[in-house]
Ligand binder design. Structure first.
Ligand code: GLN
Length: 385
């Protein structure tokens, strides 16, 4: 009998994306899969139209159009306080999703161990398994979602090859402090491990929290592969523009992986994105202000609805505790919520390695009008139960 690859048996299709289909089925307001329902800045749309008219229709250089890498290197050098070289430190990818698998394939041999904090964004375990490596889970303890240093040390001492760090974190909303990053960095150095980051929410951080790039910590540039994307920062999740950033030695290998996986990200959109990468500082301040407002509106509805949650420090997600409602699982609750209340959410269990079924994840990357409409619906939860 014909059989498909065994390594794929241990994970399912994305639950996040499935919940978008569930939301659509019930015509619910979709606060499950995290993407905006508002347009990117008009200047970007104009730049994309111009790029198409100017004839960028064929492959760009496989590791990224020169103009894109130059603008990205300038922007990230400023934010990361590092000197990023456009030719030797960057591979442009199809979103951070490709960046993460490229990073993982760059460092992992079959059988290698990779630390993943749990809860985690579902792609990481799948990426590790696709490399035939082994995920080692280290818990982030609710409600604050902090790790225990002794547990982390124990995991490192098991001979791990790399640690995956999502910061600001999906789904917890944590922004790791300098002290926490230093603990991770010191252990990575002590046990000679790589750090692979997912920093797609780098510009969505709520005061007084500040995002710090672990690659910028002493001795960390040489062992960190930083992955990020333009999706969340410029509200262009469908453009699929991301990147891998790191020292030349690793990037040379990552270039090969990327070349054979996808050849390259969309050429005209890379040209258009130069406009975004050159936005002034005020753009990022405004983005932060807008997301802070969205967060505050959404959290005030959760408060009024009497829901318990962990306050996000960054990113645009909030984990809500549903243990008061007497459902047998978070999945049943999310189905009920979409059908009866008209709001889509993701069952928390899809983010945890350990058995957890009392949390669900909402996102609030939506127009304030949409957030209010969803909030009004959530106010009805208690009377419907
Ligand atoms: N990162 C987003 C989320 O967690 C979108 C995921 C996706 O479908 N690529 O919802």
């Amino acid at each position: 009998m014909l059989k498909t690859a065994k390594r794929l048996n241990s994970f399912t299709e994305s639950v996040i994306r499935e919940m978008t289909r569930v939301s659509n089925k019930y015509n619910a307001i979709n606060l499950s899969q995290g993407f905006p329902d508002f347009d990117p800045p008009m200047k970007l749309v104009t730049a994309a139209r111009r790029a198409l008219e100017e004839g960028y229709h064929q492959y760009a250089i496989t590791w990224g159009a020169p103009a894109f890498r130059k603008a990205l290197a300038e922007k990230q050098s400023y934010w990361m306080k590092l000197e990023i070289d456009p030719d030797t430190h960057i591979v442009t990818t199809c979103g951070s999703t490709e960046a993460m698998i490229v990073a993982m394939m760059t460092v992992c041999n079959p059988g290698d161990k990779v630390i993943i904090f749990s809860p985690f964004y579902e792609n990481y375990a799948a990426d590790v398994i696709l490399c035939e490596a082994e995920p080692i889970y280290v818990r982030l303890y609710p409600p604050e979602f902090r790790f225990d240093t002794d547990e982390l040390r124990k995991a490192f001492s098991d001979g791990v090859k790399a640690l995956v760090l999502c910061n600001p974190s999906n789904p917890t909303g944590r922004v790791f402090s300098f002290k926490e990053l230093k603990v991770i960095a010191d252990l990575a150095c002590e046990y000679d491990a790589f750090v692979i980051t997912d920093e797609v929410y780098e510009h969505i951080v709520y005061k007084p929290h500040v995002h710090q790039y672990i690659a910028s910590l002493p001795d960390m540039w040489e062992r960190t592969i930083s992955c990020s994307s333009l999706s969340k920062t410029y509200s262009i999740t469908g453009w699929r523009l991301g990147y891998v950033m790191g020292p030349e030695k690793m990037i040379n290998v990552a270039k090969k992986v990327h070349d054979f996986l996808t050849v390259g990200a969309a050429a005209p959109l890379q040209e258009a994105a130069v406009t975004a990468l050159n936005f002034p500082l005020s753009y990022y301040l405004e983005l932060q202000r807008d997301y802070t407002e969205r967060k505050n509106i959404f959290l005030s509805y959760l408060n009024h609805a009497g829901l318990r949650y962990t306050k996000p420090e960054g990113a645009y997600y909030v984990l809500v505790d549903i243990s008061d409602f007497g459902f047998d699982s978070d999945t049943t609750f999310c189905q009920w919520l979409a059908k009866e209340i008209g709001v889509g959410a993701v069952p928390g269990s899809s983010f945890f390695h350990e058995q957890v079924s009392h949390l669900i994840r909402f996102h609030f990357a939506k127009n304030k009008r949409t957030i209010r409409a969803a909030g009004e619906r959530l106010l009805r939860i208690k009377e419907k139960i």
